[in-house]
Design a protein around this ligand. Structure first.
Ligand SMILES: [Zn+2]
Length: 200
């Protein structure tokens, strides 16, 4: 299943927040924090978009999720159950295709930032509360697809990608798409038959 856009109002307005000024990726229940780095909303799942995605995931109980983001230039996996999924996606890339990205697995809900994110909830919340949890990888596109990733991203990386997109969206897609296509194909094929032989 593909959810092409989780934040349609924000897309239209050109902001990461929804029409209520809430960052949907801080609005999930796991680790929800009123003092979050981004506006998390008045409470967990206060927003209709988060409620809809929350219900959808509980209903279809996916085994794996790739969440597409801009522009931290990394593959960010939450929870140990996401380790092999992350490896399968990363291993689909050549050394050259990896240069704009880094690869990161968080093993504990307090490991990384983004309290109340979709990744936190899928990676940890679903295990503790519902007893199952999907493998989840957040695929953060790079600001410049052919440029090696700086260890510390410049603080204006988001402005860089927005400017690049306005200037040359076709060129951006041409540069970013081959690697993204490979990663998404690897995600679709995971687990391969050998990897899955223990789980008929
Ligand atoms: Zn992100």
């Amino acid at each position: 299943m593909v959810v092409p856009c989780w934040n349609p109002d924000g897309l239209q307005a050109g902001t990461r927040y929804n029409a209520n000024g809430v960052d949907l990726n801080r609005n999930f229940p796991t680790g929800w924090n009123p003092h979050s780095d981004e506006p998390p909303g008045p409470g967990p799942l206060s927003e209709p978009e988060s409620q809809a995605l929350h219900s959808l995931i509980l209903e279809i109980q996916p085994r794996k999720i790739v969440s597409l983001h801009w522009a931290l230039a990394e593959l960010d996996a939450d929870g140990l159950q996401s380790r092999d999924f992350l490896a399968a996606i990363w291993n689909s890339l050549s050394d050259e295709e990896r240069v704009p990205y880094r690869c990161r697995l968080s093993r504990h809900p307090d490991d990384s930032e983004c309290p109340g994110s979709l990744g936190k909830w899928c990676g940890y919340g679903l295990h503790s509360v519902w007893g199952w949890g999907p493998a989840i990888v957040t695929l953060e596109l790079p600001a410049e697809p052919l440029v090696p990733r700086a260890v510390e991203l410049p603080s204006d990386h988001l402005q860089t990608v927005q400017a690049r997109w306005r200037r040359d969206s076709v060129g951006y897609l041409q540069e970013a798409e081959p690697a993204v296509r490979k990663m998404l194909l690897a995600a679709c094929r995971f687990p391969t038959e050998t990897e899955d032989s223990n789980h008929p």
